[in-house]
Design a protein around this ligand. Structure first.
Ligand SMILES: Nc1nc2c(ncn2[C@@H]2O[C@H](COP(=O)(O)OP(=O)(O)O)[C@@H](O)[C@H]2O)c(=O)[nH]1
Ligand SMILES: [Mg+2]
Length: 698
């Protein structure tokens, strides 16, 4: 295995909506570059990057994975990423170590909801992007329509650098607008093509498109603009250099055309990656100084070694596999490195580069390259490895908070311990899940980004760790709060021979703003309650509020002030004041107008405009509030706020209502009051649960 230096590497993340063909494209790239003998297909479960059994079974990428191809003496590191909303955290993680994104777009559907999400993520990092318009061989594919939606939704500077030869069934190749050459492919998936003159019926279209490209490039560079005004055009050299500079600056986004299944245009895509996208030498990695200010770190192989961990895989056999980017210096196998985030040394054994699941051992990995290592002790995602005395840090990847919780229970009783160790390893692999125990019901909770995310996690638990669990219906994390201020009194008094018990307190409760959680104020003057017992009052109230009042959900967004009380020299103790606090809380609730809050989600739905009316009606029926509507070509985007409890069945509904052509994205927004008729049901359900009676979820 060759060792590559920074200038001959391209780190690209394949991102885009699910089904646009990212995984298939990675497979075609690997086949064309001669990295694999057999052209693997997503539909046969034989691609390099969808190797996980769950991915093969579902024919969907669920986790980011690495592959590499050598092309024109450059090493192209590919990070194939998931496109489904539940798994987008991994696409974001991949973008954090890539120098550019290949934004793959389905030429039939155009921009979809997750296309926009990954575009935004790339935008935040100011990443150069190459748009790959894929699936041009499909019926109803259209460069024009797709380009319109890309320009409306992403950026008006998305610009074709190729035109397709034929569309739909007749798609045979591409015309390169810069070189003005036609590449016509054989139809046997071999990737063999012939180079020739532009087909006669395309010359006018090619001229127009080339003109538009030249203008776009000139527009983004003052010198070229002057030149363009003087001469009326640019030379080929100026065009290439200007296009590269504008692409590196994330000002212009070139678009290429492919069919990943037919292996058409893929080699020209690779040429474009090499020609127009940055190597790590062109694009210093963003870091942070000790004070959190931005700094950059050049990919200098001679500098002190530093590496950023962007992913961790929990392998039941190999143990923990750590994936990193060497940012500076040269990492050596069989050496010791410092985990600066944990301040602990780590022993590096074999260093590996990954071709899907297949590792190849290497002696060293230089700045700018991506690698992996097994069996590190303490290192997790977002950690920084390097020199002990180095202060540079890297911005942590932000993982989304879980939005949905399911209770799980082991199928066999003895598995409880095993669940917990295995779940912790899966949490290391996927920081967007959470495993916990419900303090009230003592149930084991698995929280994640959506139903599919939870199901996949449970499937992993079974396959990798042999733990079988039952999933119970999802639980909505309701909260309780109060709507009125009041004063209340709690007194605990007990006289049973010997020592008695005595605690007594007066409290005021007041509602606070949504999101304020809980405040406790000690307003005792003159020792009405001795200092040492005030924390006990607070503890009693804290315990009572986490148990809730109406339906057992934690009570939030209010303040409790303890302002008076009394005590007994002999009989007062902590327990008595704790009980007094809890009694005062209960007394307060009888007048404080307690109520139930529910999580509200921000929902964005993408669907062909014909369905817009029906989908809005349906969202209204789910108590949704429509916040806005937008169109992107033939697609409509509906933005709405909808209670989480109404969205549990949305995925199935959307698929059946739109024949699979709609998609949506959902994120937690805020808590809001539940309408009173539904509160009654929630309270009844909670009562029934406490009584041990099964009822339907409300
Ligand atoms: N006709 C056609 N189908 C494609 C093309 N690229 C991918 N597909 C199919 O589209 C589906 C999704 O492809 P996949 O690579 O898994 O998409 P991903 O979710 O973006 O990784 C699979 O059934 C592929 O065979 C293409 O260029 N043309
Ligand atoms: Mg995929």
């Amino acid at each position: 295995m060759k060792v590559y230096d920074a200038a001959s590497i391209r780190n690209v993340a394949l991102v885009g909506h699910s089904g646009s063909g990212k995984t298939q494209l990675a497979s075609a790239i690997l086949a064309d570059a001669g990295m694999i003998n057999r052209f693997g297909k997503v539909d046969d479960g034989t691609t390099v990057t969808d190797f996980d059994e769950e991915e093969v079974a579902r024919k969907h990428t669920l986790s980011a994975s690495l592959a590499y191809a050598e092309w024109n003496k450059q090493k192209i590191n590919l990070i194939d990423t998931p496109g489904m909303g539940n798994f987008l955290a991994d696409a974001r993680a991949a973008l954090s170590v890539a120098d550019a994104a290949l934004v793959v777009v389905d030429a039939v559907a155009g921009v979809m909801v997750q296309t926009e999400k990954v575009w935004e993520a790339a935008e935040e990092a100011a990443l150069p992007r190459l748009v790959v318009l894929n699936r041009i061989d499909r019926e109803r594919a259209s460069l024009d329509r797709s380009l319109t939606s890309l320009r409306e939704a992403c950026n008006r500077t998305v610009i074709p650098i190729q035109l397709p030869i034929g569309e739909e069934k007749t798609f045979r190749g591409v015309v390169d607008l810069v070189a003005r050459k036609a590449y016509t492919f054989q139809t046997d998936e071999s990737g063999k093509f012939s180079e020739g003159a532009i087909p006669a019926d395309m010359t006018a279209a090619v001229d127009t498109a080339r003109e538009a490209l030249i203008e776009m490039v000139a527009e983004n560079d003052e010198k070229l603009m002057e030149k363009f005004f003087e001469a009326g055009t640019l030379t080929d050299e100026e065009l290439v250099a200007g296009l590269r500079a504008a692409t590196l600056g994330a000002k212009v986004f070139p678009l290429v055309c492919t069919s990943a299944t037919l292996n058409v245009g893929v080699q020209q895509l690779l040429d474009a990656v090499v020609a127009y996208l940055p190597s790590p030498a062109d694009r210093p990695f963003k870091g942070l100084t000790k004070d959190g200010a931005e700094s950059v770190r050049a990919a200098d192989e001679k500098a002190a070694v530093s590496a950023f961990v962007w992913k961790t895989v929990a392998d039941p056999f190999a143990g923990r596999i750590t994936m990193f980017r060497v940012v500076s210096g040269t990492m050596k196998a069989d050496s010791t490195i410092h985990n600066r985030s944990k301040d602990a040394p780590e022993r590096l054994g074999h260093l590996m580069v990954m071709q899907g699941k297949t590792p190849t051992n290497v002696q060293e990995i230089k700045a700018g390259d991506l690698g992996a290592v097994a069996k590190l002790k303490d290192t997790l995602t977002n950690d920084v490895l390097g020199d002990k005395n180095d202060a540079t840090a890297f911005a942590a990847i932000k993982f989304p908070e879980p939005v949905l919780s399911y209770a799980i229970e082991p199928k066999s009783r003895g598995d409880e311990d095993k669940i917990s160790t295995s779940m912790h390893r899966l949490e290391e692999e996927d920081p967007s899940i959470r495993y916990s125990r419900d303090p009230q019901t003592k149930e084991l909770l698995l929280s994640g980004q959506g139903q599919l995310h939870i199901e996949v996690t449970v499937a992993k638990l079974k396959r990798r760790f042999g733990v079988d669990v039952n999933l119970k219906p999802p639980r909505i994390p309701y909260r309780e709060t109060i709507k009125a201020s009041t004063e209340a009194h709690g007194r605990h008094k007990k006289q049973t021979g010997g020592h008695g018990q005595f605690g007594d307190c007066k409290i005021r409760v007041e509602p606070l703003m949504r999101g304020a959680d809980f405040e406790f104020v000690d307003d005792i003057f003159g020792g009405a309650i001795p200092r040492q017992f005030v924390p006990a009052v607070e503890k009693g109230i804290q315990d009572a509020r986490t148990r809730g009042y109406l339906a057992g959900y934690p009570m939030v967004d209010f303040r409790v002030t303890v302002f008076d009380g009394s005590y007994h020299d002999v009989d007062s103790n902590e327990l008595s004041f704790k009980l007094a606090g809890s009694l005062a809380f209960k007394d307060a609730m009888t007048r404080a107008r307690p109520t139930i809050l529910e999580p509200i989600m921000n929902v964005e739905v993408y669907a062909p405009s014909d369905f817009a009316g029906d989908l809005m009606g349906d969202l209204n029926g789910r108590r949704g509030r429509i916040a806005g509507m937008d169109t992107r070509g033939a697609m409509t985007i509906i933005k709405a706020q909808v209670p989480m409890s109404e969205m549990l069945t949305y995925e199935q509904h959307l698929t059946s209502a739109t024949g699979g052509r709609g998609s949506y994205h959902m994120e937690y927004s805020h808590y809001d009051e539940v309408p009173s008729h539904l509160q009654t049901k929630i309270i009844a359900a909670a009562k029934a649960e406490r009584a041990g009676v099964e009822v339907e979820e409300v």
